[in-house]
Design a protein around this ligand. Structure first.
Ligand SMILES: NC(=O)c1ccc[n+]([C@@H]2O[C@H](COP(=O)([O-])OP(=O)(O)OC[C@H]3O[C@@H](n4cnc5c(N)ncnc54)[C@H](OP(=O)(O)O)[C@@H]3O)[C@@H](O)[C@H]2O)c1
Length: 285
């Protein structure tokens, strides 16, 4: 069993659920957060539940913070057997309203920060000829959606870097996996940037409303996504000697990937527009 796991971005959402879950499986879990209040809150929660969970501070945008955090993790557990790259942010809004600065902010966290911490753990895993590298990608890492161009770009980039790394690390016995969740409750939107102007000033307002309203059609009636599903998928990966490179999670992800399967993009597009009733798009089919 992968005994020592470091997970980034555990103050809320999928990272928090995964850290708490993995700590119940007998692993030594190091959860990273950015702020002292989040560190205290998660540490208290773990202590009350009797879990072996270390909470340390790390900002993956800051090289010295990553170095300090990994040093601290080394002192606490003597090293790590798995890294779960979960920390991330989201920029939402039409591309026309998304500035270069918004894009850079997006990529600096989801791509450069993820790259930074992953590179830092590679030498030890390569020398040990063992280790699991898990990347939290997204449904939109393989099926882009409108009004999320910067976020989709970041997740497509994560897919590319992880797949490339898979080829490099396979001969050394280090596994690489991408977890591709659909929609799950978290603080991602709240913590992110919205570049959408007020609806009355936005030429995309109507289009965006229509698109958002249709999206739940990917999900069965009464579907209530639960972050625990993502935590269980990550546990499954850590339990496997040869985990899959890609692990989709969630009803909307599975339905979307199924609609893409064996089709050209145009066939998939036609299916999405007709199935989800996107009238504004249908006129251009
Ligand atoms: N929820 C979904 O529907 C969904 C779907 C697909 C993929 N994902 C992915 O799942 C991952 C977790 O997101 P979530 O949905 O659970 O959102 P969340 O609740 O906002 O959690 C994101 C975590 O990342 C941390 N973070 C942000 N910037 C960071 C940085 N520079 N350094 C270190 N930590 C940082 C946040 O810390 P602070 O509290 O300090 O900001 C927070 O702990 C992300 O990669 C996201 O893209 C989410």
């Amino acid at each position: 069993m992968t005994a020592r796991v470091l997970i980034t971005g555990c103050s809320s959402g999928l990272g928090r659920a995964t850290a708490l879950h993995l700590a119940t499986t007998g692993r030594r879990v190091i959860a990273t957060v950015r702020h002292p209040h989040a560190q205290q809150a998660l540490q208290d929660e773990a202590r009350e539940a009797g879990l072996d969970l270390h909470v340390i501070r790390m900002d993956i945008r800051d090289p010295s913070s990553v170095t300090r955090g990994l040093d601290e993790a080394g002192r606490l557990t003597g090293g790590i057997d798995a890294l779960v790259n979960n920390a991330g942010v989201e920029t939402a809004g039409p591309m026309e309203h998304t500035s270069e600065e918004d894009l850079i902010w997006q990529l600096e966290t989801n791509v450069v920060g993820t790259y930074r911490i992953t590179r830092a753990v590679l030498p030890a895993m390569r020398q040990a000829r063992a280790g699991h590298l898990v990347f939290i990608s997204s449904l939109v890492g393989r099926a882009a959606r409108p009004f999320l161009s910067a976020y989709c770009a970041s997740k497509y980039a994560v897919e590319g870097l992880a797949e490339s790394l898979h080829w490099e690390m396979r001969p050394f016995g280090v596994t690489v996996s991408l977890v591709e969740p659909g929609r799950y409750p978290s603080r991602l939107t709240h913590n992110g940037r919205s570049t959408q102007p007020a609806p009355e000033d936005c030429p995309y307002g109507q289009l965006r409303a229509e698109y958002s309203a249709g999206l739940t059609a990917w999900e069965p009636d009464g579907y209530e996504p639960d972050a625990q599903e993502v935590a269980l998928a990550i546990e499954e990966i850590l339990n496997a000697d040869r985990p899959p490179l890609r692990r989709p999670v969630g009803a909307d992800t599975l339905a979307t990937f199924d609609a893409q399967q064996g089709r050209t993009f145009e066939e998939y597009e036609h299916d999405v527009i007709t199935r989800l009733g996107f009238n504004a798009w249908r006129r251009h089919l």
